[in-house]
Write a protein that binds this ligand. Structure first.
Ligand code: PMV
Length: 338
């Protein structure tokens, strides 16, 4: 019996469509070449153990019978609930429990998880969804459950909703499927795009965004203006569809313009902040095709689409007003066994 497996998943960047995608609309998301690694091991003690030094967790332990119950250390939530959802209370599609899964359910075996990431959880690259996807893929492998990508997505998305309450699942889909995908809320559509890697530069604002807080802020700010909100989301959806075409044609000029338009809508939603605005302006002044925040807003990162000729200039301009600048490659591979 294989008692140990290592799985990795990519980080993600939202290209177009954030916020609107929470409400039954489309987005474009790409997986980046910075990965999160997990090792999941079956142990002879009925205990859940977690070692995740990148997020300050060392020697976290709990009896398997308490999995997902009682107080859960915040940084351990996604790993713990992912295991509880796939092992302790498996959904219908994994009810064909294997012998070894039954032993874990009967409290005679336990699970030890170790995680390590190439990107900081502060950036907003989707470390929570990446770790959730990795854990479910690892459990599927260890217990011979043969879960499909869609089943892994569904279970990982359920886990994220159990914890956060809100969210489209775009980040989970990006971790599971990789590449650049065209995505509709909850995985109603998950379509790989035959797209080249985008020449992107990423600037980190130095401020950690709280996605759920920002989603709720938009709801509250527009509580009496639902039709105005719908209009913004519909306009965003139109430009996501135009972006899909531009991406496939590698028409960076058009894609850049759509990023700028999307940023205007995000400002209309009130989710951009001065720091991100300054970084975006700096990138555009230095000749980027387009620039926008990526994700919920309120902090985290902005992205700029560049040409080979102006890449260094754009990077320097962002660096001057931001915190950190990264070169990344898009279209990275989704979850994989290492
Ligand atoms: O903050 P991030 O990187 O998790 O992105 C959030 C994007 C939203 O559309 C606001 C939420 C979602 O789940 O789609």
């Amino acid at each position: 019996m294989n008692k140990k497996v290592s799985v990795s998943a990519p980080g993600k960047l939202m290209l177009l469509g954030e916020h609107a995608v929470v409400y039954n609309r489309l987005c474009l998301v790409t997986a980046v070449d910075k990965r999160l690694y997990t090792t999941v091991e079956i142990i002879d003690k009925s205990e859940f153990q977690l070692e995740a030094k990148d997020v300050g967790i060392s020697e976290y332990k709990k009896p398997m019978s308490r999995l997902g119950k009682g107080s859960i250390f915040k940084a351990a939530q996604f790993v713990e609930i992912a295991i509880a959802n796939s092992v302790s209370h498996p959904p219908e599609f994994i009810s064909g429990s294997t012998q070894i899964l039954k032993q874990v359910q009967n409290d005679s075996l336990g699970i030890r998880v170790t995680t390590k990431s190439e990107f900081s959880a502060k950036l907003g690259f989707g470390s929570s969804s990446a770790v959730t996807a990795c854990i479910i893929k690892a459990i599927s492998q260890l217990f011979h459950l043969k879960l499909s990508k869609k089943e892994i997505f569904d279970l990982a998305y359920k886990t994220v909703l159990d914890i956060q309450g809100d969210g489209s699942g775009f980040d989970v889909a990006s971790a599971v499927y990789g590449g650049t995908i065209y995505f509709v809320t909850g995985g109603k559509v998950i379509e790989y795009l035959n797209a080249a890697s985008l020449p992107l530069v990423v600037g980190y604002s130095g401020i950690k965004a709280d996605t759920v807080r920002i989603i709720n802020k938009v709801k509250k700010d527009f509580a009496n203006r639902q039709s105005c909100l719908d209009e913004i989301y519909n306009s965003i959806e139109i430009l996501v569809n135009q972006g899909k075409e531009a991406l496939i044609k590698m028409d960076w000029q058009s894609f850049g313009k759509l990023m700028n338009k999307n940023q205007e809508y995000l400002k209309g939603l009130g989710v951009s902040i001065e720091k991100l605005d300054n970084m975006i302006k700096a990138a555009l002044d230095a000749g980027a095709y387009g620039a926008k925040l990526s994700g919920a807003g309120g902090g985290d990162c902005m992205i700029a689409l560049v040409s080979n000729e102006n890449k260094e200039e754009v990077k320097e301009a962002i660096q001057n007003v931001g915190r950190e600048v990264f070169d990344i490659k898009t279209n990275a591979e989704g979850i994989r066994i290492e």
